[in-house]
Design a protein around this ligand. Structure first.
Ligand SMILES: NC(=O)c1ccc[n+]([C@@H]2O[C@H](COP(=O)([O-])OP(=O)(O)OC[C@H]3O[C@@H](n4cnc5c(N)ncnc54)[C@H](O)[C@@H]3O)[C@@H](O)[C@H]2O)c1
Ligand SMILES: [Zn+2]
Ligand SMILES: [Zn+2]
Length: 362
């Protein structure tokens, strides 16, 4: 029997999202039905609503979620009803060319549910990042469910499902921040501040947080930033160089997604340093750099997809650190809201008032 539940749908570019009745099928082979307990509001949901990802409207938004498995398809053995899980958008296939060479974090053929969730009139929904968790229940591929310690609160745990993992992983996995390194993070929203946390966990000695908003910088200090720069009043590249003995940072993480901030990241790193782009640009954006500087400054220019994480490796480990009090996931939860409040949460995000609004479903 299909399930009739409430879900948050974006029907057209720029139109406010609406709470709608959606139809969620029972899980078929390889699928799991999950009762969502909490789902964070990520900037990527807003990108979908604005048509910045693709035009496959209507979208069922939400993708940073934790919940409990309610039912699984007959052949599913990795998760079972009652399991407490974080949903991921990297259910690795195990046999694409990336998986075959041992780089499953780049898997080019990740799994999603095969059956479609729909509106009541049968219109198929496109679930954000193959998840769609601003809903009381959602249907995913079983591999999208990662079991973690059930004592972690859903509001905090769910954040590892996207933005916080993207930021921590940008520092630890992609940037390979190490003990004693200097790191600068440009853009300290949920993702950038998670990169600050990741840098601290990895043992960075200098962590410079850059934003245009003093509140974000104050939060960055709480997450472990040693220095802050307000980009509206200071020269970002010059200040980062000053704070790193005139050299630039070993690793600079761009968590805004703009050409101007990417260029700052490029010039604010030390020779042979690393730039990590985790902010998502829109298709029209371009960057122009003197090729001689690309060569002459050496090092590596990397992009970080989902923090280059492997959910089965990284989520349980980070939840354990959270439960030990060594990773402040609660600090990212600025407010908890209801399913009907997502549109307002987008506005709060645009005004810079929150790191994460988290929808709780009781
Ligand atoms: N690569 C990935 O896998 C991945 C995953 C999740 C999110 N993202 C992307 O990461 C980016 C950040 O996401 P978020 O949820 O933290 O968004 P957010 O809106 O909460 O944060 C963006 C931050 O950048 C700051 N900012 C804006 N302009 C700036 C400038 N010129 N200089 C310095 N700071 C500036 C804002 O004040 C804000 O604090 C988005 O582009 C999002 O789509 C990427
Ligand atoms: Zn693969
Ligand atoms: Zn996200």
């Amino acid at each position: 029997m299909p399930h009739k539940v409430q879900g948050v749908v974006a029907r057209a570019v720029g139109e406010p999202v609406t709470l709608e009745t959606i139809i969620v099928p029972d899980p078929g082979p390889g699928e799991a039905l999950v009762k969502v307990q909490a789902c964070g509001v990520c900037h990527t949901d807003l990108h979908y609503r604005e048509g910045g990802i693709n035009d496959e409207f209507p979208f069922l938004l939400g993708h940073e979620a934790a919940g409990v498995v309610e039912a699984v398809g007959g052949d599913v053995t990795d998760v079972a009803p009652g399991d407490y899980v974080i949903l991921n958008w990297r259910a690795v296939c195990g046999n694409c060319r990336a998986c075959n060479r041992g780089d499953a974090q780049y898997c080019f053929n990740t799994h999603n549910a095969t059956q479609k969730m729909t509106l009541e009139d049968g219109t198929e929904l496109s679930p954000a990042l193959g998840i769609g968790a601003f809903a009381e229940k959602t249907l995913v591929a079983a591999g999208q469910c990662t079991k973690v310690d059930p004592t972690a609160s859903p509001a905090a745990a769910g954040l590892l499902g996207c933005g916080v993992m993207a930021g921590i992983g940008a520092a630890i996995n992609t940037g390979e921040v190490g003990r004693g390194d200097s790191v600068a993070v440009i853009g300290c929203g949920g993702v950038g501040n998670a990169a600050v946390c990741g840098s601290e966990l990895a043992g960075a000695a200098t962590i410079i947080a850059v934003d245009v908003d003093d509140q974000k910088l104050a939060w960055a200090k709480e997450f472990g930033a040693t220095h802050t720069i307000n980009a509206t009043t200071e020269d970002v590249v010059e200040r980062i160089r000053e704070l790193t003995g005139g050299n630039g940072a070993d690793v600079v993480i761009e968590a805004v997604g703009l050409p101007a901030t990417y260029e700052q990241a490029f010039y604010a790193r030390d020779l042979a340093g690393t730039v990590v782009l985790v902010g998502v640009p829109t298709p029209d954006m371009k960057i122009e750099l003197p090729l001689i500087d690309v060569f002459g400054r050496g090092g590596s220019l990397k992009s970080s997809w989902y923090g280059d994480c492997l959910p089965s490796r990284d989520f349980p480990m980070l939840i354990d650190l959270y439960l030990q009090g060594r990773l402040n996931l609660d600090g990212f939860v600025s407010e908890t809201i209801g399913l009907g409040d997502v549109e307002e949460a987008f506005h709060k995000m645009e005004r810079g008032e929150v790191l994460r609004s988290v929808v709780e479903i009781v």
